[in-house]
Design a protein around this ligand. Structure first.
Ligand SMILES: NC(=O)c1ccc[n+]([C@@H]2O[C@H](COP(=O)([O-])OP(=O)(O)OC[C@H]3O[C@@H](n4cnc5c(N)ncnc54)[C@H](O)[C@@H]3O)[C@@H](O)[C@H]2O)c1
Ligand SMILES: N[C@H](CO)Cc1c[nH]c[nH+]1
Ligand SMILES: [Zn+2]
Length: 427
């Protein structure tokens, strides 16, 4: 069900096949998503109602989740689940507080003061997936950095279930994280509604959060009308292993990501053909007991691979080229190669740092770049919820010293009004 590609024997011919395929999938849905976004922009709530009926199978006239619904959901959750959420919240908050940056002022010279002001974005939209699984952990990962940054209004969207309700665990997490408004809508229609606003859903300044291919494509398409964080689409894991790695752990971690989506990608790159065979067998065995077996098997078949390479350097180079969302280094002395990793959303070191630890509890964000975009995007963080303004102060004397240079530069650009705005101050 998962193939072994032995690059030692087969050369480079097949390595990128699965990556290319995933790009094709993106292109396939773009036209349909464009239509949904345009329709929501033009027809507001009416279009959102129609698409919710079409894609989520439920006719809703009101998407707003009331406080009573949130409080009731919270009360219905088991105590140890609430405790685990609270514990995750503390770890996420502690980690993200380290990312906070302060405004700064620099007295560069007598009569010259420069600086930078940091301000939170006023209103953000967070997308919390809820199509094939509900993700309360994603509520925390998206809302807590926004809170740490000081965002005033967090508007959350998440798909309704077949009864028109939002999963209770998601609502409990939203209460714990301090989300301000919740709407039960999902998919591209939810992204369109947040980007342009409707009669009932407020337009936001930025949309963050992961989602399936429709959500990720919709975010791409509305970028420019609003800001977005990154392309955080179907999940990915890449593991680098050697002859001493534990095949049982590697198989378990690959299956863990494969269960997210049929389009999820799980890859092992190893220097050991023996490990490759053992992981393949482990996957075959472990998958039997898993509830999302069908999704896993499809994803492993289309986007999974065990790649055998000649040496560790080749494994690192290939991983840097793929730029995975999650990278596990399951090799001896993993800390020694960590500086060679240039492109990865999150790096997990050693066999007791499984990817699921980062999904739920460690503290770093689990909203991460996918589809090779870790080459230029970073994990979601406090920075995503802040913006900067520059500060400039010159005294009369300081401007006088620099005036001729400014007038010269303006003249070169043919912008005499610019030059004049300096001259008039000294006439
Ligand atoms: N990268 C990350 O940080 C990260 C984190 C968590 C989850 N994920 C990913 O989030 C995704 C969650 O996906 P999901 O589907 O469970 O939930 P989702 O909420 O992302 O998508 C469900 C929505 O998709 C829309 N939809 C479904 N079929 C459609 C169609 N044919 N045309 C148009 N719209 C359609 C529906 O409106 C539905 O509400 C997975 O891919 C998972 O891997 C990524
Ligand atoms: N692995 C996902 C990011 O790709 C995040 C997640 C949430 N819950 C379980 N996993
Ligand atoms: Zn996960």
């Amino acid at each position: 069900m998962i193939r072994i590609i032995n690059l030692k024997e087969e050369g480079n011919k097949d390595i990128k096949a699965f990556i290319r395929k995933s790009k094709v999938v993106f292109n396939d849905v773009t036209k349909g998503v464009e239509k949904i976004i345009e329709d929501v922009k033009k027809n507001g709530d009416k279009a959102v109602i129609e698409y919710t009926k079409k894609f989520d199978g439920i006719k809703l006239n009101n998407f707003y989740v009331s406080n009573t619904e949130i409080e009731d959901a919270y009360k219905d959750c088991e105590d140890d689940f609430i405790k685990a959420l609270e514990n995750a919240k503390e770890n996420i908050k502690e980690f993200h507080k380290k990312q906070l940056k302060n405004s700064w002022i620099w007295n560069k010279d007598k009569g010259i003061t420069l600086g930078q002001l940091y301000n939170p974005i006023y209103r953000v939209g967070i997308y919390v997936p809820g199509g094939t699984a509900a993700y309360p952990s994603t509520v925390l990962m998206n809302a807590i950095p926004a809170k740490v940054a000081g965002v005033k209004e967090i508007v959350m969207v998440t798909p309704p279930d077949k009864n028109g309700q939002v999963n209770k665990a998601i609502l409990a997490a939203a209460k714990i994280a301090g989300v301000n408004k919740i709407f039960k809508i999902g998919g591209a229609q939810a992204v369109g509604a947040l980007a342009f606003g409707t009669e009932t859903i407020p337009k936001v300044d930025k949309i963050v959060g992961p989602g399936n291919i429709y959500v990720a494509t919709a975010k791409k398409l509305v970028y420019g009308s609003v800001d977005i964080d990154m392309i955080a689409g179907p999940s990915e894991i890449l593991i680098i292993g050697d002859e001493n790695s534990n095949p049982k752990y590697i198989a378990a971690d690959m299956l863990g990501q494969a269960e997210h989506d049929e389009l999820a990608s799980s890859i092992l790159i190893t220097t050991s053909i023996r490990l490759a065979e053992m992981v393949k067998n482990e996957i075959k065995e472990q998958v039997k007991g898993l509830s999302r077996r069908e999704i896993i098997e499809k994803s492993l078949k289309d986007f999974g691979a065990i790649i055998v390479v000649e040496d560790l350097q080749k494994a690192i180079d290939l991983s840097n080229e793929i730029a995975p969302e999650h990278l596990e280094l399951m090799v001896d002395n993993a800390f020694e190669i960590v500086n060679e990793i240039k492109n990865a959303g999150a790096i997990f070191i050693g066999e007791y740092s499984p990817e699921a630890l980062g999904d739920y509890l460690a503290g770093p964000n689990h909203t991460l770049p996918t589809s090779g975009t870790a080459k230029f995007f970073s994990p979601l963080g406090v920075d995503d919820f802040m913006k900067k303004s520059s500060l400039i102060y010159y005294s009369r004397e300081s401007l006088m010293k620099d005036k001729d240079k400014i007038i010269k530069l303006a003249a070169k650009e043919g912008l005499t009004a610019h030059g004049n705005s300096i001259k008039v101050r000294f006439e």
